[in-house]
Design a protein around this ligand. Structure first.
Ligand code: TUI
Length: 313
């Protein structure tokens, strides 16, 4: 399973765990890193001091490399960017914007910066400003998304840049992993499947919604505000989509979503929460440890690649 990228990052498996806001904290992140993947702490939803505390806790639980995701819409982004330098974080991923304002300080500190991109244009720009790699994230992902699918985006980004490409969006098992590698990705980033990891701290109602989800149970809200977000459908999304159809503005819509991710994660508020999850939720059927999830993905990937090879001889 070694690729150029796993050697450079000093990890065993080319599997990143998505930096899911309010969800990916020290317990999940250290479990993924200890099992040989790249755990990624989410700074989304936290202030700078909380991010520092999470980094310190993670370091106490693993001596393996891990990353931190900076969601660039975070009002404390500039302060958090400094904490990442002070804490000498190995890898920083970014989402929902461009990390250009922070690139200089991060590169000077020797941090490997791996931005999430949803387009070829941004991937090229990230390569020019010194990114170590890019995560090409398709619209199948949960949370804030772009327009292109993983199948279309990944090979176009692979052809457009020389730095390594990590594929994200719609990958939940060994088949998805193998497919992403065939598209030219050197690694995958997985979010939704890790929601049901035993070490993931989300409310059990959230886990059960993911386990119960069918292929068509995710919807995209907030297209009208310019920040589309993929979540599992519930009473909140029905009301939200109705208001959007009626042409209601951001102020009115925000009343429904303010704090709704936290309501999902910590309270398991089935009617009012934002249960962010990707389209692959329908494939996910059991709770396992992070280590079991990764071992299963790797074994399955080897088997499907082997089987295909034999069939084609
Ligand atoms: O960031 C994510 N996923 C997220 S962030 C999040 S928290 C949130 N909640 C409500 C509204 C908005 C955010 C939940 N999930 N994934 C990475 C990602 N980045 N997906 C898409 C993008 C992206 C999109 C446009 C990155 C850059 C971009 O354009 C940047 C530019 O300025 O050109």
């Amino acid at each position: 399973m070694q690729t150029e990228l796993t050697k450079q990052l000093n990890i065993k498996y080319p599997i990143f765990q998505g930096g899911m806001a309010n969800i990916a904290e020290h317990s999940l992140v250290s479990a993924v890193s200890n099992a040989g993947g790249l755990g990624i702490l989410a700074a989304g939803g936290m202030n700078a001091e909380q991010v520092r505390e999470e980094i310190v806790k993670t370091k106490a639980l693993t001596d393996k490399p891990f990353g931190v995701n900076l969601m660039l819409l975070n009002p404390e982004a500039a302060k958090i960017a400094k904490v990442l330098v002070e804490e000498k974080v190995a890898v920083v991923t970014t989402g929902a914007g461009t990390p250009e304002p922070y690139m200089k300080e991060w590169l000077e500190a020797g941090i490997k910066v791996i931005p999430v991109v949803a387009s070829v244009a941004l991937a090229k720009r990230m390569q020019r400003c010194g990114a170590f790699a890019v995560i090409a994230e398709g619209t199948e992902s949960g949370g804030h998304i772009g327009e292109s699918t993983t199948m279309a985006l990944v090979p176009q980004v692979v052809d457009a840049v020389e730095i390594p490409v990590i594929a994200a969006g719609g990958i939940g098992d060994g088949r998805g992993y193998a497919a992403a590698r065939m598209l030219g990705a050197q690694a995958v980033q997985i979010g939704t499947r890790f929601l049901v990891a035993k070490e993931c701290i989300i409310h059990e109602n959230y886990k059960n919604l993911v386990l119960k989800a069918k292929d068509i149970d995710s919807v995209v809200t907030s297209r009208s505000t310019g920040h589309p977000v993929r979540v599992l459908r519930n009473a909140m999304t029905r009301e939200y989509l109705k208001l959007e159809k009626e042409g209601k503005g951001f102020e009115e819509l925000e009343k429904l979503t303010l704090g709704s991710l936290r309501k999902a994660v910590f309270e398991g508020d089935i009617a009012g929460g934002s249960f962010m999850a990707g389209q692959i939720a329908g494939l996910i059927s059991k709770e396992q440890t992070a280590a079991e999830i990764m071992e299963e993905i790797v074994t399955e990937a080897k088997n499907v690649i082997q089987k295909q090879w034999e069939l084609e001889q």
